[in-house]
Design a protein around this ligand. Structure first.
Ligand code: ADP
Ligand code: MG
Length: 327
């Protein structure tokens, strides 16, 4: 049976890291090759993301923060084959209802850029011309200023920052062609830094520290019967790393899959020496109609056809990789 992880669509943005994930996906949808994130107070005070993507047309600025405004869905049939990250047009709208949002953007078609602020989904005033390069900068300030209970719950800025770092790190590893950086506001130290056109392994090393080269294993395969393409990269990290680091992307979306994570944790426990810190990155690509991304607005949880068979395939592949190394 397919594990159905349907969470009633409720709050889209629960914490700064959720907002950031949505904004990163928007920048990637806009074909950015450089994405820079700046954060203050764990993203609660300030969360700013700058990209060099194709920008937002001036005429669209009045509606981007309205609910269900999306440039990514033309017909209902498109819902069945969503190839971009976004499709609901709920993210920016939700964010603008719980924070102060300012957008500065420029497309190739316009001679200058435009700056505009939003509150509760509505544009404040009219876009002001400004001189900027192609791309989009979105600044989110004072998150949950109007939701006191949530504001009170998110007091641990270090915790929020580490969640943000995690999201940036994971997207950076999956999108090795794109350069990412993460900084704290007013500080010089870089918490995530990857170059455009680097490799997955370079990025794992620069983000998670020492990669134990002899444990590096990789498989790229296509399975016709399961209509599945997958890329598995597994290694181990030094003792500084968490016990298990597991990244799963399905059709380029970062998702949670607690079931698969546990299965792999067990598998590694069986084969690897005690004290190993495995790192597993898996990217699955399958026919869009086989994946239900329309589960939860934050899109962390997805469920997919043939889940059990696919998980088994992944387990067997990893087992073979490990045994191949040991044999
Ligand atoms: P969705 O991504 O589901 O379409 P969002 O609320 O995330 O909805 O974004 C609304 C719209 O704003 C997008 O469809 C896109 O047209 C535009 N947009 C948001 N961020 C960017 C960006 N960084 N670059 C270009 N366009 C963007
Ligand atoms: Mg989006």
């Amino acid at each position: 049976t397919t594990i159905v992880n349907r969470i009633a669509a409720g709050e889209v943005v629960k914490r700064p890291a959720n907002a950031l994930k949505e904004m990163l996906e928007n920048s990637l949808d806009a074909e950015a090759s450089l994405i820079q994130v700046v954060v203050k107070d764990g993203g609660m005070k300030l969360l700013q993301i700058q990209d060099n993507g194709f920008g937002i047309a001036k005429d669209d600025l009045s509606v981007v923060c309205e609910r269900f405004t999306t440039s990514k869905l033309e017909t209902f049939d498109d819902l069945k084959s969503i190839c971009t990250y976004g499709f609901r047009g709920e993210a920016l709208s939700s964010i603008s209802h719980i924070a102060h949002v300012t957008i500065v953007t420029k497309t190739d078609d316009e001679r200058c850029g435009y700056k505009v602020s939003y509150a509760d989904g509505k544009m404040k005033g009219i876009p002001v011309p400004c001189g900027v390069n192609r791309g989009t900068q979105i600044t989110v300030e004072n998150m949950f200023y109007n939701v006191p209970t949530r504001h009170r719950m998110l007091k641990n800025f270090n915790e929020e920052f580490s969640r943000i770092r995690d999201v940036v790190a994971r997207y950076a590893i999956h999108n090795a062609n794109v350069g990412f950086s993460l900084k704290k506001y007013g500080r010089d130290d870089v918490h995530v830094k990857t170059l455009a056109n680097s490799t997955c392994v370079d990025n794992i090393r620069s983000i998670y520290g020492n990669v134990i080269a002899r444990d590096l294993m990789e498989a790229k395969e296509t399975d016709e019967t399961l209509q599945l393409k997958f890329h598995i990269l597994s290694t181990s990290l030094d003792y500084h790393a968490p016990q298990l680091t597991f990244l799963l992307f399905i059709n380029h979306r970062l998702v949670d899959a607690e079931g698969l994570r546990k299965e792999l944790d067990l598998l590694y426990g069986l084969y690897l020496p005690v004290g190993t810190h495995p790192f597993i990155y898996i990217s699955l690509e399958m026919a869009p109609e086989n994946v239900d991304v329309n589960v939860h607005p934050t899109k962390h949880s997805v469920f997919y056809l043939h889940e059990e068979a696919i998980n088994k395939k992944i387990r067997l592949t990893i087992q073979q990789l490990i045994l191949g190394k040991q044999g």
